[in-house]
Design a protein around this ligand. Structure first.
Ligand code: GLU
Length: 497
């Protein structure tokens, strides 16, 4: 099996295209086949190097590594259409020589007038074949004299083209509705329908899996396969990816590019997992599958033909799962940009990194995205008792009977204590309980606000040791300075009076 993903580098990778790439990749991995990446950059006006670089980067980020393609090459290269122009030229010559194609000199104005006339007559607006009537010798002479011309394919009349789409079943088109397509533009660049056939054939592509927006191109392509005597590949056309309101996913729905989802703190495995389940299911209602498992079970025939929904809420739920099971070292590395943005971490050294790793589970258990991690851990880095006592949710805690006594007792106990670990914190909490007679939330809520400056947050017997480990970090660790529990309690008690 040889499959390909053939993006046009005219913008960022849209999640709908990313799903097309993923399905191709899953098919190849499932069958032990080859996944080819081909850059379709013959639209010189719209294609850019930046876009190509960003598409490659997004594919790599998603883990969709290609077996043949740009940067790595392969036996069927080059893999950029702009580097294959000589091939298209020679195949176009072959069609001209066999009179399967012809030069067309119609001007844009002429084509527009034809289109209007067809619509006015209630006919489908297709090219009327005007230049078919020009003799080959005459046409060549006009081209040699420098007249601008495109090359069109002669679509045979009165034929039915049928192909069996792996997702949709039999698809039929009558050739009467197909106007002679342009193969080569007047600037010498090949048109999509032509280049795609030459490339898929020369690259020995066995399965073409792409968006359903290409379904009406397929009969044109099949006719070209025939004209060259190439064996057509099998086709599968995927339904478009929709937004939650069941209209095609677009800017109106918010983020649409893979790059945006990455910037917003989603993990690639979550994006891949969510995309795979748009239109495909592993055969039951499993919703969390590692990519190797999807590759093991994927089949294009199992992809449904009704439109699937890209649901950011669902993606967030999937992301939460992968954050929870991810290696903390990796999560630290991925969340550093967000910590930097929040001004909490600068250039952490090994000690700073180790510290962040140790506190990471407090965040990853309760966030949807990487960008939410710094605010979950904010209490470690910032402690402002003066501000805390003015906040309504904290005033409420402080207003409970006995709360202030708890905090004073805590400050007193901590005066003598060293840095707290889980055990010594339990001992301290036990003494405060004894001294004040408060227990359960009447004990722990005041302790929490005094030590974290917040009314909610992670388990105290995890948070408290984390604060005190942070207080011992060297200034060179690259992490914002952390105030220890002893100092926090003293400061908070002072603010109570
Ligand atoms: N360059 C085309 C696109 O991005 C590829 C279509 C195809 O896979 O044939 O839509």
């Amino acid at each position: 099996m040889r499959v390909r993903f053939a993006p046009s580098p005219t913008g960022h990778l849209h999640v709908g295209n990313a799903r097309t790439a993923l399905f191709n990749w899953l098919m190849a991995r499932n069958a032990g086949g080859t996944f080819i990446l081909r850059i379709e950059d013959t639209d010189v006006e719209r294609s850019t190097d930046e876009s190509e670089a960003s598409v490659l980067e997004d594919l790599r980020w998603l883990g969709l590594h290609w077996d043949e393609g740009p940067e790595i090459g392969g036996p069927h290269g080059p893999y950029r259409q702009s580097e294959r122009l000589h091939l298209y030229r020679s195949y176009a010559q072959e069609l001209l020589a066999g009179e399967r194609a012809y030069y067309c000199f119609c001007s844009a104005d002429q084509l527009e007038a034809d289109r209007r006339a067809a619509i006015a007559a209630g006919l489908p607006p297709r090219y009327p074949g005007t230049c078919r009537r020009i003799g080959a010798a005459q046409a060549h002479a006009r081209v040699d004299a420098g007249e601008a011309a495109v090359i069109r394919f002669k679509v045979p009349d009165q034929r039915e083209i049928v192909f069996t789409d792996l997702v949709r079943g039999d698809v039929r088109f009558r050739t009467e509705v197909i106007g002679d397509p342009v193969l080569v533009r007047s600037d010498g660049n090949p048109a999509y329908n032509f280049a795609v056939v030459i490339d898929d054939a020369l690259m020995d592509v066995t399965h073409v899996v792409r968006g359903e927006d290409h379904i009406s191109n397929t009969p044109r392509q099949i006719l070209l396969y025939e004209a060259f005597g190439f064996t057509p590949p099998q086709f599968a056309h995927l339904s478009l990816v929709m937004g939650p309101d069941h209209t095609p996913l677009s800017k109106r729905h918010g983020a649409t590019s893979v790059a945006e989802f990455r910037a917003r703190g989603f993990l690639p495995e979550a994006v891949v997992n969510h995309l795979a389940l748009i239109g495909w299911s592993p055969g039951n209602d499993e919703e969390l599958l590692p990519v190797e498992e999807m590759a093991r079970r994927f089949s294009i025939q199992a992809v449904g033909h009704s439109a699937g929904v890209f649901d950011v809420e669902k993606l967030a739920w999937v992301n939460r799962h992968y954050l929870r099971i991810a290696n903390p070292t990796r999560i630290v590395r991925l969340s550093l940009p967000y910590f930097r943005q929040a001004g909490l971490v600068h250039e952490p050294d090994a000690q700073g990194i180790a510290y962040l790793e140790s506190v990471m589970p407090m965040a990853t258990g309760s966030v949807d995205r990487l960008d939410e991690i710094p605010s979950r851990l904010h209490f470690l880095f910032a402690f402002d008792a003066r501000d805390a006592v003015t906040r309504p949710e904290i005033r409420e805690v402080l207003g409970a009977p006995g709360a202030r006594e708890v905090i004073h007792a805590l400050a007193e106990e901590l005066q003598e204590a060293g840095r707290l670990d889980r055990e010594s914190f339990r001992v301290v909490a036990g003494r405060v309980k004894q001294k004040t007679g408060q227990k359960a939330r009447h004990l722990f809520h005041p302790i929490r606000v005094a030590l974290t400056g917040e009314a909610g947050g992670p388990e105290l017997d995890v948070a408290v040791p984390a604060i005190d480990r942070g207080a011992d970090l060297a200034a060179t660790s690259g992490v914002a300075q952390i105030i220890g529990c002893r100092e926090r309690a003293a400061e908070f008690a002072k603010r109570l009076t």
